[in-house]
Write a protein that binds this ligand. Structure first.
Ligand code: DON
Length: 561
């Protein structure tokens, strides 16, 4: 047995021995923890910290391990956002979101009559944005990392060579996407073979790609042999990513959105993600109402949250986009005066119809194809990361030679003003396609601070439902006094302005409550829904220990020490 395998098994054993019977209590550890979509990734991140690495080192390993253990969303062919808070109380964020290729233009997905060409921004090579993940990881490592990069990547090479055991949820997602995966890659591609629970999938090509990255660094992916292979693969398939596009890619450090809600401080991602701004608006609108005085998920609590979300989402689609390209009036959107006015017509008596809040049509399509992980290290640093290929397995295009899936993030742009994207979101000019621009995101990696100390690290996948899921998890902790796991388990609901309906998770809401909401004028959608987020979070307890919230809606797992 090699050394990393022994370490790996040791960490798994440690995590199992620390788990408990109470479904509402997460793993508790004294020092450090990773919570992610897969136990393999959490274990590798935790092991890095056990070797003396910090949360930023653990980020590099966890993110890469997710590309092996959770190829559905973990990636180096996509992008993401990270928000951090150091043990000194400083915070920041990094944007490693994909960019439009240089040849991109506003109407690239329209036919001669100006209609959106179905599938062109969602499937196959034409949907791919310039990947940002490795640029982000190297940038983070350079600024904050403490262990050598090979020590962070080698355990992932080992994992890719050793293989990952297929779970029932993996089987479900492979079979759900199988037709698309076969269409994109043929019958014999690594992820189109038929797998059953307990099989092991090794991704040897990815191990080789990572070995070259260890040797040549970031430039391997953006300027080296890997860049050549990747660009040729995408161009041969009819896409647009040139070697020049890869060479020009840079991750960007961004000032996060930071706001106070009562006596907590919330630090979340700024544009080109809409997450922080929209959550800030929601919290500020509800702040005067003391939502904690109502029962959790009671009529009043749901009304209050829903009305704030309705108004915040209406602003989201119109005003937000890549700040390097669009002027975003953040000072107005986040000002007390504006938000107070915006909520002036709220009443517990009746729903405010969305048609009276603004115009537009949006349909929600929920899914959970992104992935989030939270890390706190033994030094007290917190790291909150959401990363994505956009759809499940991204564009579905798998580059066999490199062992990676490629994103379909171009669909997060607004292909045509007024026409919804695959999440039903409609964009405006601020999110129109331009060369080298970043597409608007809903990803909301967040950190909460209380009494000048780290309080929680929170985030989730879920497309447009990400923002409401993160906000409700924070409210569950702070206003409804739940523990971390309990806050993650609690049933969630969602409203995003249009369509004008509240989505409720399939169970956990009484008929009386639904009838009461309908009597106030709310439309309810339940039954057809999948899940609203898959939250992976960490709470710092009063005594300094850490409690995990690993979402039971997926295979998510916490590992720590
Ligand atoms: O950046 C975004 O908002 C989307 N690409 C996130 C996609 C996502 O969460 C997929 N799962 N629902």
């Amino acid at each position: 047995m090699n050394k990393s395998l022994i370490l790996f098994l040791g960490v798994i054993a440690l995590s199992c021995s620390s788990s408990n019977e109470d479904q509402n209590l997460g793993l508790i550890t004294d020092n450090a923890m990773v919570v992610s979509a897969r136990v393999e990734a959490s274990a590798i991140g935790s092991a890095v910290m056990q070797q003396g690495g910090n949360a930023f080192d653990a980020m590099v390993s966890t993110e890469l391990a997710l590309a092996v253990a959770y190829p559905f969303a973990g990636n180096i062919g996509g992008g993401g956002f990270m928000v951090y808070r150091t043990n000194e109380g400083t915070y920041g964020g990094i944007d490693y979101r994909e960019k439009a290729p240089m040849s991109a233009h506003r109407d690239m997905y329209l036919d001669q009559d100006g209609n959106v060409i179905p599938g062109m921004s969602t499937k196959g090579a034409t949907a791919i944005g310039v990947p940002g993940t490795l640029a982000g990881l190297f940038e983070v490592h350079e600024k904050f990392g403490s262990l050598p990069i090979e020590q962070l990547i080698q355990p992932v090479v080992d994992l890719a060579e050793r293989g990952v055991v297929v779970t029932q949820r993996d089987v479900n997602s492979f079979s759900y996407y199988r037709d698309d995966l076969v269409e994109a890659n043929g019958e014999n591609s690594l992820y189109t073979k038929e797998y059953k629970v307990g099989d092991t999938i090794k991704n040897l090509a990815f191990a080789n790609t990572l070995k070259r990255v260890i040797k040549n660094g970031r430039d391997e992916f953006y300027k080296g042999e890997t860049a050549k292979i990747l660009s040729k693969f995408v161009m041969d398939k009819g896409g647009y990513i040139t070697e020049g596009d890869l060479a020009a890619y840079e991750a960007v450090w961004r000032q996060p959105v930071v706001f106070n809600y009562k006596d907590i401080k919330i630090i979340s991602m700024s544009p080109p993600s809409s997450g922080g701004v929209t959550m800030n608006q929601i919290f500020k609108m509800i702040e005067p109402y003391n939502i904690g005085q109502y029962e959790h998920n009671s009529l009043e609590a749901i009304q209050l949250f829903t009305e704030a979300a309705r108004r915040a989402y209406a602003d989201r689609n119109y005003f937000l986009g890549d700040p390097d390209f669009a002027d975003i009036p953040l000072d107005v959107l986040l000002s007390d005066t504006y938000l107070k006015e915006r909520f002036d017509n709220f009443s517990f008596d009746a729903a405010t119809p969305s048609s009276e809040v603004s115009r537009g049509t949006i349909q929600v399509v929920e899914s959970d194809e992104t992935t989030h992980y939270s890390i706190v290290d033994q030094f007290g640093n917190g790291v909150s990361v959401t990363t994505t290929l956009n759809g499940g397995f991204g564009s579905k295009l798998f580059c066999e030679e490199l062992g990676i899936f490629l994103n379909n993030e171009m669909d997060d742009f607004s292909s045509k003003v007024g026409v919804p994207n695959m999440f039903g979101l409609i964009g405006a000019q601020a999110n129109a396609i331009e060369p080298q621009k970043r597409m608007l995101s809903s990803m909301t990696p967040s950190i909460v601070e209380k009494d000048n100390e780290l309080y929680a690290v929170v985030g989730t996948p879920g497309g447009s439902t990400i923002i409401t899921a993160v906000a409700q998890t924070i409210l569950n902790l702070y206003e409804f006094n739940m523990g971390m796991q309990e806050a993650v388990n609690a049933k969630r609901f969602h409203h995003q302005w249009l369509p004008d309906e509240i989505i409720l998770e399939a169970t956990g809401y009484s008929d009386e409550l639904k009838a009461a909401l309908e009597a106030k004028g709310y439309s309810i959608r339940q039954g057809r829904t999948r899940i609203i987020g898959k939250v992976d979070a960490i709470k710092r307890l009063k005594d300094g220990r850490l409690e995990a919230g690993a979402d039971p809606r997926g295979d998510d797992a916490a590992v720590g020490f």
